[in-house]
Design a protein around this ligand. Sequence first.
Ligand SMILES: O=CCCC(=O)O
Length: 482
Amino acid sequence: MIESPLLQNLTGYIGGRWTDSAGGSTFDVYNPATGEVIAKVPSMPEQDILDAVEAGKQALRLTNPYPLETRRKWLEDIRDALKDNREEIGRILCMEHGKPWKEGQGEVDYAAGFFDYCARHIQALDAHTIPEKPKDCTWTVHYRPIGVTGLIVPWNFPIGMIAKKLSAALAAGCPSVIKPASETPLTMIAFFSIMDKLGLPDGMVNLVMGKASVIGKVLCEHKDVPMLSFTGSTEVGRKLIVDTAEQVKKLSLELGGNAPYIVFDDADLDAAADNLIANKFRGGGQTCVCANRIFVHEKVADAFGEKLAERVNKMTVGDGMNDGVDIGPLVNKAGFDKVKRHLEDALAKGGKLVAGKQPDELGEGLFFPPTVVQGVDRNMACYQEETFGPLVPMALFRTEEEVIEAGNDTEFGLASYVFTADAERAQRVAAGLRFGHVGWNTGTGPTPEAPFGGMKASGIGREGGLEGLFEFVEAQTVPRGF
Ligand SMILES: O=CCCC(=O)O
């Protein structure tokens, strides 16, 4: 069992108090590197979720809003507390997610960055007046907190994802009911244990854990929860749209991806290969911004494949707590089996393995080696679906038009990447790609400063940047006549 000063209370947190589940049932949390159970946490029943919403309602202040300086202080305090606890939170994160501990600590810094950004830009939420006087009125635009929000976060960034949502919610003055993924509740408990000491108003942040069906139902149906922010699969996102349609709730959804990574023949191939390694193997390939289809111009395909294989063959797979590990285990067996299925399917349909292992050599455990397959086409599962693992599928292209069409040949539109030395071509390709994020000569992902989100079936709304800051407020205009 995991021991930590930040895990003294393995319970939910409602109305400013650690709260044991009313039902008494629990679920197990595993270390994916060892398969061991490292904690048991409550699977909370409907009544607990209702209590959490009620606590949020009590914390919501409309007629006497929390002053902007107070909200800024909450954000700064959380940022500082995250920085002070980066090692311990990073360790807990590594134990339950599996990513290398250095990456875990980096994720805590990333999370702190969102609180910092919102603190520095919160004045954008101040009311402003419109200088003209249409119809002899002065108009004031207020940004009102939307209300109690449900924040539902995935396991792939156990602290990064909640930071994106909660920083903007707190900036707006919205209380939250927060549900972590069942694979990674401990990082969230650790986060609550640092927030517990910061003097936020009771009910401003509430933690519930357990079955998605129970928690999701309350959050979707409760009339006092006007907004849900969710990161996860498109399948679940679609269900949330249906389940909240009756009440016309606001949804902020960051859903699946199927990122094209396009390498033209004039690209710096070493830079393209280095960036692909960093992009693709971050979190073991379990990120929604990971390159999922690598399109390489036919003139440079062999050279690029060699550069990639050379780099991949130097990578170390193992327990993320050990020094020198580049890729940890996949988070669970379902995730491992999906990557294996994609590899089997690609090889059965004519793909060529240029780095990694044959499916029957993979062995026990959740450790999947970095794998490169050439000769991929659109009939393969790894081209059509998001693999969410360390498999690099490479396809060829000949022309700019062809690769824009191929890149867009997916229902998803989250992240994409283009490597070329030709600035005009980069601008044309970026404009043609229906993706919310287009990296030009970089595989870098979201940052606190820039709005990030998906087009098409990859979601609704943005996180990060001023756009993300405005997600949790509603503009209210108050014209005043003379
Ligand atoms: O998994 C998707 C988001 C990735 C990120 O926040 O860097």
